[in-house]
Design a binder for this molecule. Structure first.
Ligand code: BJW
Ligand code: ZN
Length: 252
């Protein structure tokens, strides 16, 4: 049972009552209970089964685009099968009643927040579904052929403008974050009075620096995560709980 710790309940009540700015920063743990695997950790986490250097860098794409594309087609398929959970819906409800004062910043490349009804201010690591040409950057919005499970390689679609390979709109290691999304995320972190950090290991920079930025600017930072993380020692309160349990209780 995960009763809301009193100090966290009080901080949230105070922030909502004062219509103070609240920023929610989410990571892969937010989607775990929807059945989308996280990157790190035990079980069937992605980086315990797959090598990110072979799949999630621009060099990997140059070496073997069909291998990388097939892996991302599988990831898109997993997300397509997943449904938002009670935690996503609780955040969407908070967005409706807390209005402009709530900002949602996510590292997730899935669309589960949007499908629950949230407006996401910034996808700092991009989106699986925002396809674009690797060579010229042209957006690609034609429908994809049906996903065929089990293929190790699938040729990526060809760019309409230049014939180059079409890639997923995610941020790979070594790539810069999308400038506009990052600027918005920094603004949300700097301006909030309360930050909820949900389901992130806090290992990947620069996103992992957002809670510290919020705290330096006077915010109270609350972590919601079943495990200790790289951020746990630096937050005001660390609540060991799952997103689908904790968020509906906290925001009820
Ligand atoms: C639950 C739960 C439940 C489980 N409820 N919680 C050394 C030091 C510092 C930095 C670097 C360094 N060496 C290299 C770097 C840079 C690098 C980096 O940070 N690397 C570190 C890993 C060391 N960063 C970059 O390369 C970034 N770019 C950059 O720095 O650019 C510089 C530049 C500037 C100008 C020009 C050019 C370059 C880019 C980072 C891109 C990250 N990309 C990925 C993959 C996206 C594509 C894809 O999806 O395939 O983004 S990596 C992956 O990690 C993904 C995530 O968004 C990101 C963060 O992961 P997240 O969300 O925290 O998930 P997990 O899996 O790590 O953790 C899950 C958590 O959930 C756990 O804590 C669980 O306990 C918890 N949980 N169930 C709640 N039910
Ligand atoms: Zn192109």
């Amino acid at each position: 049972d995960a009763a809301v710790p009193a100090a966290i309940a009080a901080a949230c009540r105070a922030a909502f009552a004062a219509a103070a700015r609240v920023c929610v920063l989410t990571g892969a743990g937010m989607s775990a209970e929807s059945g989308v695997p996280t990157f790190r950790g035990g079980g069937d986490s992605l980086w315990s089964r797959f090598d990110p250097r072979v799949l999630a860098t621009a060099d990997a794409w140059r070496r073997d685009p069909a291998l990388v594309w097939a892996w991302y087609r599988w990831r898109m398929h997993l997300v397509g099968q997943a449904r938002p959970h009670a935690g996503h819906f609780a955040l969407a409800e908070l967005g409706r009643c807390h209005g402009q004062a709530l900002s949602l910043v996510t590292q997730n490349v899935d669309d589960l927040h949007e499908r629950a009804g949230s407006e996401v201010q910034a996808h700092v690591h991009g989106s699986l579904f925002a396809l674009r040409c690797f060579d010229c950057g042209q957006a690609y919005d034609r429908p994809l052929p049906d996903y065929e499970p089990g293929l190790e390689r699938i040729a990526p679609p060809a760019c309409v403008a230049c014939g180059g390979g079409v890639r997923p709109g995610v941020v790979w290691f070594g790539e810069a974050l999308p400038e506009a999304a990052w600027r918005i995320a920094v603004g949300c972190a700097t301006g909030c009075a309360l930050m909820l950090v949900v389901g992130t290991s806090g290992l990947v920079h620069p996103a992992a620096g957002l809670p510290a930025l919020a705290r330096r600017n006077g915010a109270m930072v609350v972590e919601i995560n079943p495990e200790p993380t790289a951020l746990s020692d630096t937050v005001d309160h660390a609540w060991r709980a799952n997103a689908a349990d904790a968020l509906p209780r906290l925001l009820a």
